[in-house]
Design a protein around this ligand. Sequence first.
Ligand code: NAD
Ligand code: MG
Length: 387
Amino acid sequence: MSKKRIGIFGSTGSIGRQALEVIEAHPALFEVEVLTAQSNDALLIEQALKHRPNAVVIGDETKYAAVKDVLFDQGIKVFAGPSAMVEVAAWDSIDLFLSAIVGFAGLAPTLSALEQGTPVALANKETLVVAGDIVMATARKKNVPLIPVDSEHSAIFQCLQGEPLSKVEKVILTASGGPFLGKKTNFLINVKKDHALQHPNWSMGAKISIDSATLMNKGLEMIEAKWLFGLHADQIEVIIHPQSIIHSMVQFADGSIKAQMGLPDMKLPIQYAMGYPDRLVNEFPRFSFKNYPSLTFEQPDVKTFRNLAIAMEALRKGGNAACVMNAANEEVVNAFLKNRIGFLQMTEVIEETMAKVPFVEKPTLQQYYQADTAARDHAAELIHSLT
Ligand code: NAD
Ligand code: MG
């Protein structure tokens, strides 16, 4: 059997680096076809020298010469800029496209891969939050699988193997609750980025870590679940499960619930998506009930963590609402990471932006792009007025 050639878009990030570890552990199954990074040229070069891809793309054009100087002599093609990323995403030499770029920037390359008919392993949840209808329709049109990497959606996907979607009553997304579980507004008003970046169970990129602290991540994941599994808003529930052992659940038409469990380690869902439909052997540490005498559950506090309530509203509203919310969220998370605004101000800016940007019921791709830009401009103004 020939090796699966993987294109890792966002290889220098948390997901990308772990995907390379999975590839390294299974050299007979996988090889690297393409690696991309936005600005970390040193790591991109190091990864390319080790994994010998056919090509790399660096998003930041000012880094092109630095990358090319090292890799060209090694026979590795080097490209730069966002449009190169979209072009290379469409290469038919890629057998599996791993969408591991963070944020809206992942949408165009992911759509480009799907348009080409390349199977996609999707970590970049924002792609579905922004334009889920168009992304899913493209995958259906080209008859290509879209395999979730996000641990909750991987759990649901695994629970659904051998089950018809028509027999799903609801899905139950588990949430760790993040670093501020149980805290109230009077505490949250003062939290700073260093604390917010300390996730109890997972080590992840900065943006998703902040989203986990505000519970926006779970809201984005509800919208992601809607599109991936074709669900209505009232079929998607969230439950806080601080141990992060049950990664999510599906309840079927007979009331039976299936759960997928394991230690919290993103390499597991990454490996599952890369190996799918096969389940690959690994040496990862195993879960033991001895170390977890109790698994606990509680309701999310949407009054304190209002981002989750906002996302539920966007999920119900449909149209461009989630796209606008996502753009405002990306702006406020950036501002919070630069210590420009406070933790709770993030929610205020998102809400105000959503109230201002015109609602479109059935946007075209271009209208999604317009909504993204309008929301970013508006959020940036609001952030400016707060600083
Ligand atoms: P990260 O910040 O660690 O890495 C992001 C990657 O995207 C980097 O390689 C970076 O170079 C690249 N990138 C950033 N901006 C870009 C741009 N404008 N154009 C092109 N490339 C760009 O992020 P991460 O934690 O690895 O998350 C990646 C995606 O996976 C996110 O959508 C996140 O929500 C999702 N996800 C991550 C985890 C996790 O454990 N880290 C879990 C579930 C889902
Ligand atoms: Mg997740």
